[in-house]
Design a protein around this ligand. Structure first.
Ligand SMILES: [Zn+2]
Length: 261
């Protein structure tokens, strides 16, 4: 069949785009030729989107609601954080110029949600808006929502005043099965995107904590990712720019794909 090479060629190009098969942006909807098709007959061609994460559900937890600061009594109420009592939530931090952590993590989560959905995954968000009129949910509810997916990624930005404190770190609870492996995969994904590990916390971009309700109450692998230090000018420049948020989301996508492959 004379048209056959023209059909096969794009497949080769697509495979090349994906490299190891788990990195980078998704290819456009692919053409699949069933491998068992006899060579002396026209191949059965199925046109369908290439969705390697179909059937997977990712819970994204954009930490802190924008309005938390207006609801101090609600936010300071103590909740069960998994063996200890902790405040329901906090206000989160901000850049020196006033760009709030709540808005940063919401915007990264939105970009990441779109990327994950393009890969065929379902996405569950622990809050459905970024509103100065709203507060919560509390850390216990955030953690329990891990049950709705294959994994939970809690997205945060840190606020540290030490000079030169910058870079990301990924926190896991050693008591939740699979979380430490997920943390390493997320760290590797962010590094593969060219993002730098923390200069001030954890070790090689990883930290282990047992005092975080969001992680303690997860029944699936769960991590908290502090994507950068919002008080550091270098990190703040990246976090404030749409291009920077695309990079953070791309790094998180790489980590999630490493875990789900
Ligand atoms: Zn936070």
């Amino acid at each position: 069949m004379r048209w056959l090479p023209a059909l096969v060629l794009p497949l080769v190009v697509l495979a090349g785009c994906n490299g190891s098969g788990d990195e980078g942006e998704p290819s456009p909807p692919g053409i699949r030729v069933s491998p068992e098709q006899p060579r002396d007959r026209a191949p059965a061609v199925t046109l369908r989107p290439d969705e390697p994460l179909a059937g997977k559900t990712v819970v994204l937890d954009p930490g802190h609601q924008l309005g938390n600061g207006r609801f101090p009594s609600e936010i300071n109420r103590l909740v069960d954080a998994g063996g200890l009592m902790k405040p329901c939530n906090t206000t989160g931090t901000a850049t020196d110029a006033g760009y709030p952590e709540a808005t940063f993590v919401w915007e990264v989560a939105e970009v990441l949600q779109r990327k994950l959905e393009r890969w065929g995954a379902e996405v569950v968000l622990t809050r459905d808006s970024n509103s100065a009129e709203l507060w919560g949910p509390c850390v216990d509810e955030r953690g329990r929502r891990a049950a709705e997916g294959d994994l939970l990624v809690s997205i945060h930005g840190d606020g540290n005043l030490s000079p030169g404190a910058r870079g990301f770190h990924v926190i896991a609870s050693p008591e939740v099965e699979g979380s430490q492996a997920l943390a390493e995969e997320m760290r590797d994904g962010l590094v593969a995107e060219g993002l730098e590990t923390s200069t001030y916390l954890g070790s090689e971009g990883l930290d282990s904590r047992t005092d975080l309700g969001t992680l303690n109450l997860a029944v699936r692998p769960a991590v908290m990712v502090e994507l950068g230090n919002m008080r550091d000018p270098q990190d703040a420049a990246l976090m404030t720019s749409p291009e920077g948020r695309q990079r953070y989301a791309a790094g998180l996508l790489r980590g999630i794909r490493r875990h789900l492959r």
